[in-house]
Design a protein around this ligand. Structure first.
Ligand code: LRH
Ligand code: MN
Length: 394
């Protein structure tokens, strides 16, 4: 039995956790649902300014969520400089800018892969707009999830689509300023069901390598076939130096976008174990730890607080792995000894360690309970009457 909680390891874990930041998705603060129903909830944000106010509440209580990623056009405003100033006044900043190629009739048969140049140019121009937003908000990450795909074998030439995609991505990449990154997100199915044009990490990586150093892969934990060993992909992308970001969430079957760590906390721990093993938790590691979730039935701000603390808990457990004992067991072929080094850390209750971290930052030991006591949820439910609640997709 290894002892994860040695004073040295706890001290090192506290230091690393103090620097950890998790980026929140603006769309988590709007209503969301499935094709069956999008539920409303009292007090939901009605515009990007209120979404950022809600995100700032999550940072206020967790101390670990200082950035909010935006989605264009869902978060379009007249003055992005004003929105960025609003965020700064609330102690947060605007992070990645997400493009949207999945809600336009022109993109039925594809966007950056479309057979017609007119349609590809329209999709490329949308990214020109997103890059302009980045210049106004001071963002450096352009996040591109490609929703393109086909539903029937033979519907289109799979290779032709890849060649058109490569050319379209090159035209977008060429517009990036120095210091900006293109984050290319893959997904194995939906909204198309025969072939997605970027279905897996390998396809995304191939395009990134063809583009250049500023292109990296986004790993959305909900975008893999059931049973996929995601931490292996994390290890390989880190090894290639092309893991740009995570979209953290949980799923049971499809792309459920549930609270990260809620469905499979051991998987989240295994993922963070690969991050820690590769020393990729450091703020300058180039990995942007983001959430990509929808709180269809649960309250949004508490849902995001729980998500941030779930990532912190998985990270803390990964930081408490006795890596000397692990390496020795791996070297000597001690199968269960090695596995035990991980499960010992995973079985460690890290909540006291995280309480210590938060108190050292002047925060309440339990962010979830502190927010519940704040009365903020009741206040926004009272005050946010009238107008139209923000909704996924609108
Ligand atoms: C696609 C996705 C992508 C976002 C969207 C909100 O499923 O994961 O990251 O654009 O969700
Ligand atoms: Mn995603």
């Amino acid at each position: 039995m290894t002892d994860p909680g040695t004073p040295d390891r706890r001290a090192a874990a506290l230091a690393a956790l103090a620097e950890q930041t998790i980026e929140l998705p603006s769309w988590a603060f709007g209503n969301s649902g499935t094709r069956f129903k999008v539920f409303g909830q009292p007090g939901v944000a009605r515009d990007p300014f209120e979404k950022i106010e809600d995100a700032a509440q999550v940072h206020r209580y967790t101390g670990a969520a200082p950035r909010v990623s935006l989605h264009v056009p869902w978060d379009l405003v007249d003055d992005f400089g004003k929105l960025a100033a609003h965020a700064a006044d609330l102690g947060v900043s605007i992070g990645a800018i997400n493009s949207n190629l999945f809600q336009d009739d022109d993109y039925r048969l594809g966007s950056l892969t479309h057979p017609e140049k007119r349609v590809r140019d329209k999709a490329i121009a949308h990214h020109t707009q997103c890059i302009d937003v980045m210049r106004a908000t001071g963002s450096t990450d352009l996040k591109l999830w490609l929703p393109d795909g086909t539903n029937y074998a033979g519907q289109d030439d799979l290779r032709g689509r890849q060649d058109r995609l490569a050319d379209s991505l090159q035209q977008i990449y060429a517009q990036l300023d120095p210091g900006m990154r293109l984050l290319l997100e893959y997904k194995f199915y939906e909204p198309y069901f025969y072939a997605m044009d970027i279905p897996d990490w390998g396809t995304s990586l191939l395009h990134c390598l063809a583009l250049g150093e500023q292109a990296t892969v986004v790993l959305d934990t909900g975008h893999h076939a059931p049973g996929t060993n995601i931490e292996f992909i994390v290890m390989q992308l880190l090894r290639a130096g092309r893991l740009g970001a995570f979209d953290f969430n949980s799923r049971y079957y499809g792309d459920d976008d549930l609270i990260v760590g809620s469905a499979d906390p051991f998987q989240l721990f295994r993922i963070m174990n690969e991050i820690v093993a590769a020393d990729a938790l450091r703020p300058d590691s180039g990995v942007n730890f983001m959430l990509d979730q929808c709180h269809n039935i649960e309250p949004k701000i508490p849902g995001q607080i729980r998500s941030v603390t779930n990532v912190q808990e998985a990270t803390a457990k990964a930081l408490l792995v006795d890596r000397e004992a692990l390496a020795a067991a791996q070297q000597s072929g001690d199968v269960l000894g090695a596995h035990g080094a991980l499960t010992d850390a995973f079985s460690t209750d890290v909540r006291p360690l995280l309480a210590e971290l938060r108190e050292s930052k002047g925060l309440d030991a339990d962010p979830y309970a502190a927010y519940a006591r704040s009365g903020h949820a009741e206040r926004i439910a009272r005050e946010r009457v009238g107008g139209t609640q923000a909704s996924w997709g609108a």
